[in-house]
Design a protein around this ligand. Structure first.
Ligand code: AQP
Length: 343
């Protein structure tokens, strides 16, 4: 069994950072390059809580067996990507009931008009047809709870989540005005030095997404090298033959962005190395670069998944650590709101 060495670290002086991924499917190269890879760089710099937001996934119907497997897989992938469970707090959102409890409170302080303006709600509800779950509408209140419970200073979020962070700040400020300034820390957006927005391999104008029904649109972090090569080979590119980095060539731009995010080379350096070469060369090289980055994470994830006792111990310890911190905030909130203290 993999051993956990408890370590005392000087966390108090570090800024608190919170981030999470929905375990609604296998994680993608987009999740890795846009989130996990940065988390690994940030883990020693900040006091980090990284979790799998399983409660969020049920705004869309989930198969229970799949959800359980994907939640374990997400945490195993975090570890395989390089997050150290001794350094950061890793847990499953549903293991810390304070998230749902605070979300209820925040639901009473966010307005219908504010939630109605959320782009993600508009997009996702349009796909749901007639019976739109209320949870999809109130999702930002749960996300606000995820953040405010930990008195978070910094949240590394992509462009698509900035609106949700803004609403979190508004709710926090509103409640601070009523119940005292110190109730919640007002979180800020953290923009990592290297940001990446990875697009679908089949439609490079939309984001690579783990819930995309077309599996060839995304590289999953457990794809085999062969699957990766096939997907990159079939990636939609643009008309013309010249390899250039431009919004008019979103397919080519995406492949260059993927290479750049993995290797750290500038997009210009990459473009320069393809002078006189064809799209095919770019695809083959990108496939090899992706396979080399994803391969070790895939193999390590499988190893970690086999050690169920280790994974359960990471989750248990993470939930205990997160729960103790969350309870402090929730207690203060309940107390200031006038609820009788629990026994
Ligand atoms: N394509 C992407 N490029 C860069 N970053 C990405 N992220 C997701 N896709 C890309 C980043 O991953 C983190 C967690 O995302 P999430 O699982 O909470 O939800 P999401 O952003 O909606 O990701 P998906 O894959 O599109 O999920 P589904 O399909 O379940 O809705 C975030 O930091 C996000 O920026």
């Amino acid at each position: 069994m993999i051993q956990i060495q408890p370590k005392q670290s000087q966390k108090t002086a570090r800024k608190i950072m919170v981030s999470a991924v929905q375990p609604s499917n296998r994680l993608t190269l987009g999740n890795y390059l846009g989130a996990l890879k940065n988390w690994v760089q940030l883990q020693s710099q900040f006091d980090c809580l990284f979790f799998a937001v399983d409660l969020h996934t049920i705004t869309v119907r989930q198969d229970p067996k799949e959800l359980r497997e994907q939640t374990y897989r997400a945490i195993a992938t975090y570890i395989a990507a390089g997050l150290d469970p001794n350094e950061v707090t890793l847990f499953a959102q549903s293991h810390v009931p304070q998230h749902a409890e605070l979300a209820w409170v925040l639901n009473c302080f966010v307005y219908m008009g504010e939630l109605n303006r959320m782009t993600q709600y508009k997009d996702k509800s349009a796909k749901q047809g007639q019976n739109i779950p209320v949870g999809l509408f109130t999702y930002p209140a749960l996300m606000a709870a995820d953040i405010l419970l930990y008195q978070t200073h910094l949240v590394p979020v992509g462009e698509d989540q900035k609106q949700h962070l803004e609403i979190t700040r508004d709710i926090a400020q509103r409640m601070n005005q009523v119940y005292g300034d110190e109730l919640f820390t007002i979180p800020e957006v953290y923009t990592p030095p290297v940001g990446a927005r990875i697009m679908s391999l089949q439609d490079p104008t939309s984001k690579m997404s783990k819930s995309d029904p077309d599996p060839s649109s995304a590289v999953y972090l457990n794809d085999s090298d062969d699957q990766i090569r096939k997907k990159l080979k079939r990636a939609v590119t643009d008309s013309g033959t010249e390899i250039s980095y431009s919004p008019e060539k979103p397919g080519i731009k995406n492949l260059i962005d993927i290479q750049s995010a993995i290797t750290g080379q500038s997009t210009q350096t990459i473009v320069d190395s393809y002078v006189g070469k064809q799209y095919g060369h770019l695809k083959v090289d990108t496939a090899e670069i992706v396979a080399a980055a994803v391969g070790p994470i895939r193999d390590r994830t499988e190893e970690v998944l086999k050690d169920q006792a280790f994974l359960n111990s990471v989750l248990k310890r993470g939930a205990e650590k997160a729960g103790a911190r969350a309870e402090q905030t929730l207690k203060t909130v309940f107390d200031r709101m006038g609820f009788i203290p629990r026994g």
